[in-house]
Each structure stands twice: as structure tokens, then as C-alpha cells.
Design a binder for this molecule. Structure first.
Ligand SMILES: [Zn+2]
Length: 118
């Protein structure tokens, strides 16, 4: 009996992006950095950051704030409708780093913004 042909391509290593990963039992192994992972795990890890209505956000996008947000440690409020240009996505919570006119650098949660197409 012949083995089933492998038509699946092995994804690049999520750690060092090497293309030489190979399958070992249920795991994928990277010979370059020694990283081992479950197939499919990489796809889940590359999670997209979405705004309040499900648009995928990316660095440099312009968004508007959809509710009044108090700025921690101050009496300032980011008013609903405030336009924020050039957001930067970051790992963590809040997941957006940006500079707000009149307020300065602060973090925003993606669920409180809406992408604007300019
Ligand atoms: Zn690797």
C-alpha cells in the first residue's frame, strides 16, 4: 500500500519564518530555531484586530471614536466622533496605540473605534 501523497504545504515557522519546517507526528518542527508547533496554531495566532463593526484594522488607518472615553489619570475625555489618524496596532489591551489631537499619545481599544475610509 502506498502512502497518501502529501499535498499540504508546510507553513513557514511562526517564530523565525524559516521555510524549512517539517512535520513530525502531529507537530511541525523548525530545524532552524528548534520551534515546535501544532499545525493551524500559526493561523490562530495571527489574529486580526477588528473595529467595532468588524473591519480589519491595520497600521496607519484612520478611525473615529464611537463613544466618549475618559483618559485615565486625567479629566480629559476623548469625545465620540474624534478622528484619529495613523493608528498603530499593538499586542495587548488596549490594542491600538495612537496620538489624539489635543490629548496626545494614548491607547485605544479596538471595540471603541470605527475605521474611516479616506
Ligand atoms: Zn523557526
Amino acid at each position: 500500500m502506498r502512502d497518501k501523497p502529501k499535498t499540504e504545504t508546510i507553513p513557514a515557522c511562526p517564530k523565525c519564518t524559516s521555510n524549512y519546517a517539517y512535520q513530525m507526528d502531529a507537530l511541525l518542527v523548525c530545524p532552524e530555531c528548534g520551534h515546535e508547533w501544532q499545525p493551524g496554531e500559526a493561523r490562530e495566532q495571527a489574529s486580526e484586530i477588528r473595529d467595532s463593526v468588524g473591519n480589519v484594522l491595520k497600521d496607519g488607518d484612520t478611525v473615529t471614536v464611537i463613544k466618549d472615553l475618559k483618559v485615565k489619570g486625567s479629566s480629559l475625555v476623548v469625545k465620540v466622533g474624534t478622528k484619529v489618524r495613523g493608528i498603530r496596532l499593538v499586542d495587548g489591551d488596549p490594542d491600538i496605540d495612537c496620538k489624539i489631537p489635543g490629548i496626545g499619545q494614548m491607547g485605544l481599544k479596538s471595540q471603541f473605534v470605527k475605521k474611516v475610509s479616506e
